[in-house]
Design a protein around this ligand. Structure first.
Ligand code: URA
Length: 428
């Protein structure tokens, strides 16, 4: 075999070539060990953004990222494992009510989650607003929680040895404009999910202004790539394509999204959050081979009991008051009419500018910051009524956040057709 080197791999992809399995393994392994430099991996990532990858290349890239670390072993647990992954959106707090609902239906939910970056929120940041709650759970404790019939679900950070190549590559992509690539996103997500060892996986692929994928065609292509990777690795995988032009629910911000999730578990909450939670839960329960109706465990309080037990198992106090921001400012409707557009990206940027999100990995977030939405698309509004309330500890952030919200709102004379929440499905 001829010797491999980073420059010829970069130029091969730059010129539209197909990389061999050996080249892919060599470059991912070298990058993980530090012998392929960050600038070389950045150049290769940019070449992949422009030239794409074949199905075989994506599979080899994913396998190389899995091989960069350890696989978790979730075999031998008493109930079937099923996980959910969302490609990320604004106000997407669905994991919080979903994990206890699915666990209460009899499945085991190993939910390795991430932190927010840019305009999209992160499940771990949201849960960390619960006093005492800890995202770091050692693998042995994770197994104990999953095996416990009163718990059966854990939402925690992935260990450092789970697909470490992805951790390094994701940080690099984030600062080199190379996040938006279907092969790179699919392999990033699926390397972590396959290494985690779940038997079944539901993917929630977001489509719209607040998502990575802006069109249904792109989202379907990403969903298909991920379902193929999962299925080829022996993980029963289904993807739903769901709308992300408007934020989910009525809040975008860490503590306020926890409060909204608890409302859902208590039998209330916004209709779109309830609908998406139950739709995803039904898919997960079916993937796990069970037949309990998730609506029943939500209605009779079993999901809420599970939530409280899960929060306590990770050190949190489910009854404690959640953090609130020190300052608020409200945006009013400028005219009478119907709210015809509330743009997810604009609301996400506003929440981020208020301090709910981070600009760089490792930055702190403000747990109480965010945006409360008093009206959603389709609602009639009158001039002067409160539309959106901004919350922050840093009032100098109001001007930038208000500018993002200004561009995010349209009030029209008449109602527009509502966009359905569920836009498509890929997989078995
Ligand atoms: N989430 C991931 O884990 N990776 C990506 O590349 C994009 C979203």
């Amino acid at each position: 075999m001829t010797a491999l080197d980073a420059v010829s791999i970069i130029t091969a992809k730059r010129d539209g070539g197909e990389l061999s399995d050996a080249q892919i393994h060599w470059v991912v392994d070298g990058f993980t060990r530090g012998t392929v430099a960050d600038e070389q991996m950045s150049a290769l990532a940019m070449a992949i953004v422009w030239r794409g990858m074949t199905r075989r290349e994506i599979a080899a890239w994913t396998a190389a990222m899995i091989d960069s670390g350890q696989r978790m072993d979730l075999t031998g647990l008493p109930r079937p494992t099923v996980d959910k992954h969302s490609t990320g959106g604004v106000g997407d707090k669905i994991t919080l009510p979903l994990a206890p609902v699915v666990a209460a239906c009899g499945a085991t939910v190993p939910q390795l989650s991430g932190r927010g970056l840019g305009h999209t929120g992160g499940t771990l940041d949201k849960l960390e607003s619960i006093p005492g709650w800890r995202a770091d759970v050692p693998v042995s404790r994770m197994r104990d929680i999953l095996a416990d019939p009163r718990l059966g679900a854990v939402v925690c950070a992935a260990g450092a040895d789970l697909a470490p190549a992805d951790r390094r590559l994701y940080a690099l992509r984030d600062v080199t404009g190379t996040v938006e690539s279907i092969p790179l996103i699919a392999s990033s997500i699926m390397s972590k999910k396959i290494a985690e060892g779940t038997a079944a996986l539901l993917l929630d692929v977001k489509v719209g202004s607040g998502a990575f994928m802006k069109t249904l065609d792109e989202a379907r292509e990403l969903a298909t790539a991920m379902v193929e990777l999962g299925t080829d690795a022996g993980v029963r995988t289904v993807a739903l394509l769901t709308a992300m032009d408007t934020p989910l629910g009525r809040t975008a911000g860490n503590a306020m999204e926890v409060a909204e999730s608890v409302e859902v578990l208590a039998g209330g909450g916004p209709a779109d959050v309830v609908e998406l939670t139950l739709t995803l839960a039904r898919e997960m329960v079916a993937l796990a081979g069970l037949d309990t109706d998730p609506a029943d465990v939500l209605a009779d309080g079993r999901a809420m009991d599970r939530w409280r037990a899960m929060v306590r198992a990770q050190g949190g106090d489910p009854e404690a008051a959640l953090p609130a921001a020190k300052h608020t400012e409200t945006v009013l409707a400028t005219t009478d009419g119907v709210l015809s557009r509330l743009d997810a990206y604009g609301v996400g940027i506003a929440a981020w500018r208020l301090g709910a999100g981070r600009a760089r990995q490792g930055d702190p977030v403000q747990l109480g910051a965010g945006v409360v939405m008093h009206a959603k698309p389709g609602d009639a509004v009158t001039a002067g009524q409160p539309l959106l309330t901004m919350h922050t500890d840093t009032p100098e952030a109001f001007a930038g956040a208000a500018a993002a919200l200004d561009d995010a709102v349209t009030i029209a004379p008449t109602t527009a057709e509502p966009i359905p929440l569920i836009l498509g499905r890929v997989g078995c």
